[in-house]
Write a protein that binds this ligand. Structure first.
Ligand SMILES: C[S@@+](CC[C@H](N)C(=O)[O-])C[C@H]1O[C@@H](n2cnc3c(N)ncnc32)[C@H](O)[C@@H]1O
Length: 274
């Protein structure tokens, strides 16, 4: 058997074992990315073959926890893709204003920068006081960081430029307290957000929402899993509610395409049809 086929069998066995032992289901993550990450983890595991990792994954919870973090990739930043926040500001906020209260779900929020960026937009639209933001991820370490809202002061120059490109007219520094090394997002932003562990693969609808943001998460899933998760978002959204995906993600060819209209194709902004 060629080594690639053998590796594929070993990866299947590892993913199946993890699912049955821990309930974490990576079986429908995009295959190339999964295989790359398993290989990287194996290279520094000290195990001779991929299969040799199986008993350790089953019996050593710390080994498993380390393994799982490889699949999380909690990379994010404040006002990532500023043009998307500009579109949210100009095209979505005016419509959200017509609802008496707002529920917003950030699925796959990582360390929370996306959530605070949106909270700032809501504040500037005069909508923060009537908004509840729910921010979820399956990575508890990332959620802890998100809850604390503490980030590196060194990143604030770039973040400030992104905020301005997103149509921000104030100073980003109005939204945080700073010392030499760190910034902490102001309490009035943090207190609008509820952070919770939620797994998009195995958990159900999270809340009824007027806006769902799930950016740069679906790229890690295969089409079947993307369809499942997009179905979750369709069922979560009120009619006329909005969905915002990452700039490399798309509703086209998905099972829920006909339930949405395109609001801004480049920014991957969609509206749930009535
Ligand atoms: C690249 S980050 C995206 C962060 C942010 N949305 C952004 O675009 O900047 C991807 C996040 O998706 C989360 N994620 C991956 N699979 C998930 C799942 N099954 N359920 C919940 N979150 C998941 C990861 O833990 C990670 O924090």
């Amino acid at each position: 058997m060629d080594p690639q086929q053998l590796e594929s069998i070993e990866v299947d066995l590892l993913l199946e074992a993890i699912y049955r032992r821990y309930g974490h289901d990576f079986r429908n993550y995009a295959r190339a990315s999964i295989e790359r990450r398993v290989r990287q983890f194996h290279a520094q595991s000290g195990c001779a073959t991929l299969s040799d990792m199986l008993p350790r994954l089953l019996h050593d919870e710390a080994f498993f926890a380390d393994f799982v973090t490889r699949f999380s990739i909690p990379v994010t930043e404040l006002f990532r893709d500023p043009q998307v926040y500009l579109a949210l500001r100009n095209e979505v906020m005016p419509v959200l204003r017509t609802f008496p209260f707002l529920r917003i779900w950030h699925a796959g929020c990582a360390s929370g920068e996306e959530v605070y960026s949106l909270a700032i937009l809501l504040d500037e639209a005069g909508l923060l006081a009537r908004s509840t933001l729910f921010a979820t991820d399956f990575n508890d370490t990332a959620l802890e960081r998100a809850r604390a809202g503490i980030y590196s002061a060194a990143d604030m120059g770039e973040a400030s430029r992104a905020y301005q490109r997103a149509g921000g007219a104030r100073s980003l520094a109005d939204y945080y307290h700073a010392d030499a090394q760190h910034i902490v997002m102001k309490r009035r932003l943090r207190e609008r957000v509820t952070f919770a562990n939620h797994n998009l693969v195995t958990d159900g609808v999270f809340t009824e929402a007027h806006l769902v943001l799930c950016r740069n998460v679906l790229i890690y899933f295969n089409q079947a899993l993307q369809d499942r998760v997009l179905g979750l978002f369709r069922d979560t959204l009120v009619r006329g509610g909005y969905l915002c995906l990452g700039t490399r993600e798309n509703l086209r060819f998905s099972a829920v395409d006909s339930s949405f209209e395109v609001v801004d194709a480049a920014c991957r902004l969609y509206k749930r049809l009535a």
